[in-house]
Design a protein around this ligand. Structure first.
Ligand SMILES: C=CC1=C(C)c2cc3[nH]c(cc4nc(cc5[nH]c(cc1n2)c(C)c5CCC(=O)O)C(CCC(=O)O)=C4C)c(C)c3C=C
Ligand SMILES: [Fe+2]
Length: 451
């Protein structure tokens, strides 16, 4: 399927009521020369530039649309004179080779939600649901209203880089009688000794990841997805997360987590030659079902950070736990954030400067038989426990072509002796098969549900 990541030039039929920014600024370079905060996009820089120009042209040519060009649902809106900011105008495409929300840069706001099919709902109801969800995702990602009963929550905000991503859990295949189509890769994750998992907040038949650079846009999408579920599926669990707001700082480009570390430095980059084979299922993997071509497997872990404990450590001790400097993310062996870590370097006493159990040492692909994953997390904060402990941490979402070769291999290693493990607690877990993007006229998962 062709890469359809470029939006079409707006026509009266496809126009949104939301105005475009005159020109979105080019993203500042991240450590890899791409923007870590905005497009860590799989689009080529040329395409991305073309897209920005297109969006810019729309603004420049006065495409500030009112009732005449309105999308359904906002048809009675008065003419809109206020152009969107570059944040509001950011737009991810729905009809793309790989579902949106995997290679895009981190978004400021995220919702993860798992659903279980209702009693009596099977393959037919699931297909109808995925069709409704896909249409809602397509519309909202384009900055349009929902097809019915839009709540108006996001009407002034533009797409704000909204992405909606859909996945299937192991139990989905039993519920729908599609056991023969269940990927082997969806076999349950092994238990790890450090797990403190809450089953009620783990797994689920269906999983939806929503991300946007505006909190109202993200909530609007969450609510629409929930309402679309109707009587076919009910929410099993739901989690809210956040990242730094785009534009808040030009440097560092790599986001920080709630422990204060720069997190994401060594993520695989779309520009690397083995990126696709590490992250996405090929058409002919020999082990995945055909409907998973161009898809990926998402491992989701709610990892609480034991911040009271962590924050008592000295800066030096914190840096030894990770093996990188807190201020600039550079390896303890020296240089800048992107300087290759020297695993052999010793100090005057002959001790390794990057300790043997440092998190950034033991998670490296070259320490794990090449295992790699694309980490795309959200931080979370769900309030403060009665004893004053913050319920905060990382909604760790990682993407890979093979979860056993990726997440499981690395987590097994971490379980055996990661310096970070005494400062975190894995509280919930999910593994989902995320099919490739829907072609025009298709819905996500159609190749599974209508095979
Ligand atoms: C099983 C996989 C991983 C879990 C779980 C995990 C949790 C976790 N990590 C941090 C902070 C950092 N992680 C960093 C690097 C890093 N972590 C993983 C995997 C898991 N992390 C990998 C594969 C890597 C990259 C290794 C490499 O290729 O070199 C870093 C260093 C900076 C960076 O490269 O991103 C930090 C910091 C936290 C806080 C956490 C749980 C809460
Ligand atoms: Fe990590």
């Amino acid at each position: 399927m062709p890469d359809q990541s470029l939006p079409e030039a707006p026509t009266p039929a496809t126009r949104s009521t939301r105005a475009r920014a005159p020109e979105s600024p080019a993203p500042a370079a991240g450590p890899d020369g791409e923007s870590a905060q905005r497009p860590a996009s799989a689009e080529s820089p040329a395409k991305d530039l073309t897209r920005r120009r297109l969006l810019g042209a729309a603004g420049a040519s006065g495409l500030v649309l009112g009732a005449a060009g309105a999308a359904a649902g906002y048809a009675t809106a008065p003419a809109r004179a206020t152009p969107l900011s570059s944040v509001g105008a950011g737009q991810a495409m729905f009809h793309v080779k790989h579902q949106p929300g995997i290679t895009q840069g981190l978004q400021a706001r995220g919702h993860l939600v798992a659903f279980d099919l209702a009693a009596g709902a099977g393959r037919k109801e699931a297909a109808a649901l995925l069709r409704r969800w896909s249409e809602t995702a397509r519309r909202l990602m384009a900055g349009e209203a929902t097809a019915h009963d839009d709540t108006d929550v996001a009407r002034d905000a533009g797409p704000s880089s909204l992405t909606v991503t859909f996945g299937f859990g192991n139990s989905f295949f039993t519920r729908t009688g599609l056991e023969k189509q269940r990927p082997v890769a969806l076999d349950p994750l092994p238990a790890f000794s450090s797990d403190h998992l809450d089953a009620t907040r783990s797994n689920g038949d269906l999983w939806v990841q929503i991300g946007a650079d505006d909190a109202l846009v993200a909530f609007h999408a969450l609510r629409a997805i929930q309402k679309d579920a109707g009587s076919a599926a009910k929410v099993r669990w739901q989690m809210n997360g956040f990242n730094r707001t785009p534009g808040a700082t030009a440097h560092p480009m790599t986001a920080r987590n709630l422990m204060g570390q720069m997190d994401g430095t060594r993520n695989p980059k779309p520009s690397e030659s083995d990126f696709d084979e590490r992250i996405f299922v090929p058409a002919d993997s020999g082990k995945d079902p055909a409907w998973m071509a161009n898809g990926s497997y998402a491992v989701v872990r709610r990892i609480r950070m034991l911040l009271d404990h962590w924050e008592k450590l000295s800066l030096k001790a914190q840096e030894q736990v990770i093996g990188r400097r807190k201020a600039d993310g550079a390896a303890l062996s020296g240089g800048t954030e992107t300087t290759e870590m020297d695993l052999e370097k010793t100090d005057a006493n002959g001790d390794l400067v990057v300790p043997l159990n440092a998190h950034a040492r033991i998670t490296r692909p070259d320490q794990n038989g090449g295992a790699a994953m694309l980490r795309r997390p959200f931080s979370y904060h769900d309030g403060i426990d009665p004893d004053g402990t913050p319920d905060a941490g990382l909604l760790f979402v990682c993407w890979q072509a093979d979860p056993v070769r990726g997440f499981v291999t690395v987590q097994r290693k971490l379980d055996r002796g990661d310096a970070l493990s005494q400062y975190i607690r894995h509280e919930s877990s999910g593994l989902f098969a995320v099919p490739g993007g829907a072609a025009k006229g298709e819905y996500v998962g159609q190749r599974l549900l209508e095979a």
